[in-house]
Design a protein around this ligand. Structure first.
Ligand SMILES: CCCCCCCC/C=C\CCCCCCCCCCCCCCCC(=O)SCCNC(=O)CCNC(=O)[C@H](O)C(C)(C)COP(=O)(O)OP(=O)(O)OC[C@H]1O[C@@H](n2cnc3c(N)ncnc32)[C@H](O)[C@@H]1OP(=O)(O)O
Ligand SMILES: Cc1cc2nc3c(=O)[nH]c(=O)nc-3n(C[C@H](O)[C@H](O)[C@H](O)COP(=O)(O)OP(=O)(O)OC[C@H]3O[C@@H](n4cnc5c(N)ncnc54)[C@H](O)[C@@H]3O)c2cc1C
Length: 627
């Protein structure tokens, strides 16, 4: 209710106004929160702040830069930089991606060369493709970067390492010598974020600025490895784990809230010709668009909670020196981020489109959400690359399953029990245990199918790397199948263990079944091809889904109301709690800068001559123009 936190009409502001407004709002929020006992920019309160702020700044600072200091810094380095960053006395970003490379990290070209004589690193972008490009908050806000660069000592390359580099003067905020930095310009979304470019030319930093938890360079240039070097990729795992809740579940929940509320208000057309116009939510076609996306919000939420717990437990093990969980966590986080961002972004567009013309208006609040969710398919690991990373792990596990009993998220690969489906009615196919088994079987077959195809190619003389490349589509499908069985399985378990009212558990169980059945019906080719379902059972699966749409329709608005977003956060004329869609749209449109004058000044400049001639013709004075 604090008006300083309200989002003025974002759509009618320029990008620079939105950038400034987001910074004002974020720092205002922090001024209120920071003094609170125990609050830090990486604490649990941040998720409420992220929920309360539609457009904020410093998310990379809070969500990536600070956690990296904790993950990669020694105790001394943490003691030095964490307090400064936590109090926003330094503002940082995570500078890894370059103009020429983002996915293939071994191809990064920024170099940190050790200068033994001065005990410094010389940071250099040897060519334009080495320039850092994309990091959030880097263009105008950050005065430090956590720079990921190739470490070179005496001409020998040691791979990507993290370096603390100051890029702007802490008093004037001017770029430091050797630093060329700026904003990369307009993007599809994140209007309020100054994603930037950074060209470093022979910038010198002290030896102590190499974040040295995992490795260090002694004054004489001796390089010491101190842990599993794959932990150098740990920051990306953490963000992939965390962004599912913040950037996939929450925005999709907002989009569903808007679209379901609007669909309950919008009357258009007839079902029974003898009755009145119906709310479009009464059309089964509309329910089929919206309700599976509502179900996705819940299932992704439950699966993300499980992944966050796994990441937390894994982090405790790493502190004890045990990194055995790393491959499983990397595969799962990469796969979950890719598959749920793909589903979420597609789902947001489906529900936007379900709102007709008004869904195309920025006044609906939906284009903002859709465009922002599209970014989740690219950042923190481009989805295809992430799915292939997940598939790489699955193929290895499928080989291992031939001789070992597997555990963890891939246990089903060594389950050789009879998994045939005996469903005879659509009710049988709404059973959670049946749906879990179907997804496990489909995933197991998809992984084995991809692996077998590659093995046969290699047996016939194809080099393994070519077989991998040619079967990439099957491998990606295997990764998707694996994640779907994980999401369905963890959701069924989560709901069964939830202590809540029977009526709530019933709704959640129906939503889970709807999610699973929608996935089956959207991928029935796999389920038939791998012998999971007969053609007749596929018909039952469709019936089962339609039956759930009918059961859930009466509670649709109540379910999205439970997400409990304020009108200010939704910023939507279609999704406001009072349902006064048309009055809100009209008021919103009247506020458009285009309407600040009755006649737009350009009308006089460009249109006037034609208007005069038209008037003359109409009044019989001028000649008929050939225009
Ligand atoms: C303060 C006020 C603010 C108000 C609001 C605050 C809001 C904050 C709220 C809360 C804070 C917490 C939430 C934060 C999260 C939310 C953030 C949301 C907004 C996000 C905004 C955008 C952020 C985007 C940032 C970026 O994009 S950073 C750049 C990301 N880049 C990538 O991901 C690059 C992807 N590429 C790679 O990872 C690698 O190149 C590769 C593809 C993995 C290949 O690497 P490589 O060639 O070295 O490996 P391989 O040969 O393929 O494999 C070698 C073996 O290594 C294993 N491996 C690979 N990766 C990993 C890994 N990550 N972990 C473990 N192991 C790994 C691989 O499996 C191989 O193993 P093997 O056994 O098979 O050999
Ligand atoms: C909104 C936003 C915010 C960002 N914030 C940051 C940040 O704060 N810090 C930072 O360092 N970076 C950031 N990034 C950059 C982001 O991490 C990269 O864009 C991302 O990692 C993808 O890399 P790329 O752009 O080089 O795409 P590429 O890897 O060049 O992908 C291009 C195409 O090639 C395909 N491809 C690539 N490799 C393979 C492969 N091995 N097999 C099959 N296909 C492949 C991809 O699937 C894709 O279709 C941000 C990006 C965005 C959009």
């Amino acid at each position: 209710n604090d008006t300083s936190m309200q989002h003025r009409n974002l759509n009618h502001m320029t990008r620079e106004e939105r950038f400034s407004e987001a910074m004002r709002r974020t720092l205002y929020a922090l001024k209120v929160l920071l003094p609170r006992e125990g609050w830090t920019p990486v604490g649990p309160e941040m998720k409420y702040l992220a929920r309360a702020i539609k457009e904020f700044t410093f998310i990379i600072h809070a969500g990536v830069f600070i956690p990296c200091i904790m993950s990669y810094g020694t105790n001394e380095q943490i003691a030095k930089w964490f307090p400064l960053a936590a109090d926003f006395r330094i503002i940082g970003t995570y500078a890894q991606t370059e103009l020429g490379h983002g996915s293939f990290l071994r191809g990064l070209e920024t170099i940190a060369t050790y200068d033994r004589a001065n005990q410094e690193f010389i940071i250099n972008c040897p060519k334009i493709t080495a320039m850092k490009w994309w990091p959030g908050d880097m263009g105008k806000s950050a005065n430090h970067v956590l720079l990921m660069a190739e470490l070179v000592i005496d001409g020998k390359k040691y791979g990507m390492h993290g370096f603390m580099v100051q890029i702007r003067d802490l008093t004037t905020h001017e770029p430091l010598p050797g630093v060329t930095v700026g904003d990369i310009g307009a993007k599809l979304s994140f209007e309020s974020v100054d994603n930037g470019f950074l060209y470093l030319q022979n910038v010198r930093i002290p030896r102590e600025n190499l974040l040295s938890k995992l490795s260090e360079v002694h004054p004489d240039g001796t390089y010491i490895k101190k842990g599993n070097q794959r932990l150098m990729y740990g920051s990306m795992v953490r963000v992939r784990v965390n962004l599912i809740a913040h950037e996939i579940v929450m925005p999709l929940a907002k989009a569903c809230t808007i679209a379901v509320r609007y669909s309950a208000v919008r009357r258009q057309g007839l079902i029974n010709p003898s009755k009145e116009e119906v709310p479009v939510l009464d059309y089964v076609a509309q329910q089929h668009k919206l309700l599976p996306q509502v179900a996705t919000v819940f299932m992704a939420h439950f699966a993300a909670k499980q992944l966050v717990k796994m990441h937390h437990d894994y982090s405790l093990e790493v502190e004890k020196g045990n990194t055995s969980q790393l491959p499983e966590l990397h595969a799962l986080s990469a796969g979950m981020k890719a598959c749920l961002s793909e589903q979420g972004a597609a789902g947001a567009e489906i529900v936007r489109r379900a709102c007709g013309g008004h869904g195309y208006s920025c006044g609906s609040g939906l284009p903002f959400i859709v465009n922002r969710m599209l970014a989740t398919c690219t950042y923190e690991g481009e989805n295809t690359v992430m799915q292939l990373q997940c598939a790489r792990y699955l193929i290895k596990c499928a080989d291992q399953a031939k001789k070992d009993k597997l555990t963890g998220s891939v246990w089903y690969l060594s389950d050789f029990s009879n998994m045939s489906c005996t469903a005879q009615t659509f009710g049988d196919l709404q059973e959670p245990s049946v749906l879990v088994k179907l997804h496990e079987r489909r995933a197991k077959c998809a992984v084995q199918h991809a692996g077998k195809k590659m093995q046969n190619m290699v047996k016939n003389g194809t080099p393994a790397h070519d077989a991998w490349n040619m079967m990439a589509t099957l491998l990606i499908n295997a990764a998707r199948a694996h994640i779907m069985q994980y999401v369905v399985g963890t959701s069924v378990t989560y709901i069964s263990e939830l202590s809540c009212s029977a009526s709530l558990k019933k709704i959640l169980t129906q939503l889970c079944a709807l999610y699973a059945l929608h996935n089956i019906n959207s991928n029935c080719g796999d389920f038939v091809k791998f012998g999971c379902l007969t053609s007749a059972q596929c018909d039952l699966a469709q019936e089962a889904e339609f039956n759930l749409l009918k059961q859930l329709r009466p509670d649709a608005v109540g379910i999205v109301d439970s997400f409990d977003f304020t009108d200010d956060i939704l910023q939507s004329c279609l999704g406001a709690y009072d349902g006064n869609v048309y009055e809100r749209l009209f008021e919103w449109a009247k506020q458009a800068p285009m309407n600040k004058t009755e006649v737009h000044q350009d009308s006089y400049q460009y249109l006037q001559p034609y208007l005069h001639e038209g008037r003359d013709v109409l009044e019989g004075r001028g000649r008929n123009s050939k225009l």
